[in-house]
Write a protein that binds this ligand. Structure first.
Ligand SMILES: C[S@@+](CC[C@H](N)C(=O)[O-])C[C@H]1O[C@@H](n2cnc3c(N)ncnc32)[C@H](O)[C@@H]1O
Length: 269
């Protein structure tokens, strides 16, 4: 496929208001696949946008106004610091996947962290708005928290949140399919992300698990679809996950919450 065509496709997709904040490397990856499959540039642009919607935009149907949200966070931090959880809870509603966890948030992190030794470095991969759940995480004040996703504007907002809330955090815009992080972390969160990555590349989950370097991983799956139906998802995802574990020397804990199936993995002996 000519490089110029891929350049044109990437430029056209990134001009769209819904796509301009997405990591260009992911637009190129999907664009190259679609140019291979489609008959024209126009069709490939449309198909690339559809795929990007499936893996990202679909979760942000009501996009946060980041300016206003920051103002709200600032007001809370100054006048009612004890209300930080309430404000974060409210803002997390804006990401469909993060929102699904709100009804189980206390239970989710308490249950999982009860099985963990103290952690000092955390990597939240394909984070969505989950970093706003930081006030629920039983972590030491100096923990280093790294949040990764594909949306530049959302990550800027999360970085501002870290600064306001006094979190030792940083953000990275990155396509974790083509460029998975390999640095060591005590804990890596991969919440409801593997099925999403597999929509772009069926080997993405295996490749990512081969690449990342965490002493502990939390890998989770939705227990219901975006539309709210469950359709045997827990059984299917348990089976999928066990397929990924096969051949790895991992110790596992399985947790079934009302809206999420989660596995805590100890990767080191
Ligand atoms: C199902 S949501 C999960 C969000 C978050 N982990 C949670 O559970 O609250 C999937 C997330 O993956 C992000 N994403 C999709 N493809 C990605 C990629 N190739 N690299 C990094 N992030 C990606 C999307 O923007 C979205 O925020």
């Amino acid at each position: 496929m000519p490089e110029e065509l891929l350049e044109q496709l990437t430029e056209q997709v990134l001009q769209g208001a819904k796509y301009r904040e997405i990591a260009p490397e992911l637009v190129r990856r999907i664009g190259a696949q679609e140019l291979d499959k489609r008959r024209s540039l126009k069709e490939a642009v449309k198909a690339t946008k559809n795929k990007l919607h499936q893996v990202g935009g679909a979760y942000q149907q009501t996009k946060l106004n980041y300016e206003k949200s920051l103002d709200l966070l600032r007001e809370t931090a100054v006048s009612q610091p004890t209300q930080l959880r309430t404000t974060c809870h409210q803002l997390m509603q804006a990401h469909a996947s993060t929102r699904e966890r709100l009804s189980i948030l206390d239970e989710f992190y308490e249950t999982i962290f009860a099985e963990l030794p103290p952690v000092h470095t955390v990597l939240d991969l394909a984070c969505g708005l989950n970093p706003l759940a930081y006030p629920w995480l039983p972590l030491p004040g100096d923990v280093e928290f790294t949040a990764v996703d594909i949306y530049g504007d959302m990550l800027n907002f999360i970085q501002d949140f870290f600064e306001l809330a006094g979190v030792n955090g940083r953000t990275q815009q990155r396509d974790i399919i083509g460029n998975p992080p390999t640095e060591p972390y005590d804990l890596i969160l991969l919440l409801k992300t593997l099925p999403c990555l597999e929509q772009v590349d069926k080997h993405a989950a295996v490749n990512l698990l081969d690449a990342v370097n965490g002493s502990y991983l939390v890998i989770s799956y939705p227990a219901q679809s975006l539309g709210g139906r469950s359709k045997g998802m827990v059984e299917n995802y348990t089976e999928q996950f066990m397929g990924l574990v096969n051949g790895r020397n991992w110790q596992l804990h399985r947790f079934e919450f009302a809206t999420e199936l989660a596995f805590l993995v100890k990767t080191t002996a």
